[in-house]
Design a protein around this ligand. Structure first.
Ligand code: ATP
Length: 351
């Protein structure tokens, strides 16, 4: 089922937690709400669930305006960070619980719960209590319980935060598999960029209650629409260099280092140039950046170097084959299509 948000706004006292969000989530899509703490992700999810009612704006599920509809009537399945299972009930009874509330006959409820348990691969654990399960298994129970009512929409609020790194990876693949098998529209809240980029059809990156960019994961990474998006995604983070216009190009602030780009004639006087560490390469052939290497460390199969040019430090991931040394001078360049330009004043992408 499609979800449409129209100027959705939530104000708490003096804080606008969600600020005029207008967007559509398509039927069967998994969309992540991503952003730093306090950006309004959880509030948006609470508004979708019906547990909060917005200050203004509308929410549509399909053609139906559900803005004022109570949570239990919306056909929502929810999964939380802390699983929220009933500790005294068995796995089977936990999954059956929403059906019991709906007064579904016991035999049918049991069959449906078992079917769901198979789908999330905990069919062999039905008699256990939650306390006898691992974190990942508990989260599987929570997912089965959320889906057993055949909801229209699945809402997941940081569902992987309590799992260790390995299990997190496994469970995010599982959530994606289950969501696709069921074909349900899902909204996934996370502050973890890697999680959002790997699990979603689309990512909505929020800041201060406003969606900064919504796009496919690859596109958001490759073509950030503003400086905030560019710097939020990527680890090690993107280099953002302040440059001023000179006669035939741009000059790095507080340095004699000048840069020539092919098509900057119409760009503003001051720009920010963004280059991701992995988009640099080492070269002796007329490099755009030359400076002294001040630090080297090994990250996986790459070498991370820090290079000083005037007051500016650049981080670059380079091939260990170059055998660079601290104190040596090095030339770095990047392909023009991997160099991002932002207006210093507005932070918005140029072009
Ligand atoms: P986190 O990742 O830390 O959970 P978030 O992105 O989910 O953050 P929200 O919890 O939606 O952010 O909060 C957005 C803003 O609204 C914050 O400034 C928060 O302090 C405020 N806020 C959230 N809930 C309430 C509330 N019930 N009363 C008052 N202010 C609130």
């Amino acid at each position: 089922m499609d979800i449409r948000l129209n100027n959705l706004t939530m104000v708490f006292d003096d804080i606008t937690a969600v600020d005029q969000i207008t967007t559509t989530i398509k039927d069967g899509e998994l969309v992540s709400l991503l952003g730093p703490s306090g950006c309004g992700k959880s509030t948006t999810l609470m508004l979708l669930s019906g547990l909060y009612k917005p200050t203004s704006g509308q929410i549509f599920f399909g053609d139906q305006d559900v803005t004022k509809m109570d949570a239990e009537k919306r056909g929502i399945g929810m999964v939380f960070q802390n699983y929220a299972l009933y500790p005294h009930l068995s796995v089977l009874k936990n999954i059956m619980f929403p059906l019991k509330m709906k007064k579904v006959p016991k035999k049918e409820a049991m069959e449906r719960a078992k079917e769901m348990a198979e789908l999330v691969q905990i069919g062999h654990l039905l008699d256990r209590k939650p306390g006898q399960l691992s974190g990942g298994q508990q989260q599987r129970v929570a997912i089965a319980r959320a889906l057993v009512k055949k909801p229209n929409v699945l809402l997941l609020d940081e569902p992987l935060s309590n799992l260790d790194a390995r299990l997190r990876l496994e469970m995010r693949e599982e959530i994606r598999r289950i969501q696709q098998e069921v074909g349900i529209t899902a909204v996934f809240v996370t502050h973890d960029q890697e999680e959002a980029l790997s699990i979603s059809d689309r990512v909505m990156l929020m800041k201060s209650g406003v969606i900064q960019q919504e796009s496919r994961p690859q596109e958001m990474y490759k073509r950030p629409e503003n400086e905030f998006v560019a710097s939020f995604l990527g680890n090690p983070p993107i280099n953002l260099l302040t440059m001023k216009k000179i006669e035939n190009g741009y000059q790095l602030e507080k340095s004699a280092h000048s840069l020539l780009f092919s098509n900057l004639a119409t760009y503003p006087k001051s720009i920010r140039v963004g280059i991701r560490p992995e988009d640099f390469f080492v070269t002796k052939d007329n490099p755009r950046f030359t400076g002294e290497i001040i630090h080297i460390e090994t990250i996986g199969r790459d070498t991370l170097i820090r290079m000083q040019i005037g007051d500016t430090t650049i981080r670059a991931l380079v091939d260990p084959v170059h055998q660079l040394k601290v104190g040596a001078t090095c030339g770095l360049d990047g392909k023009e299509e991997n160099i991002h330009f932002f207006d210093s004043a507005s932070g918005q992408r140029i072009e």
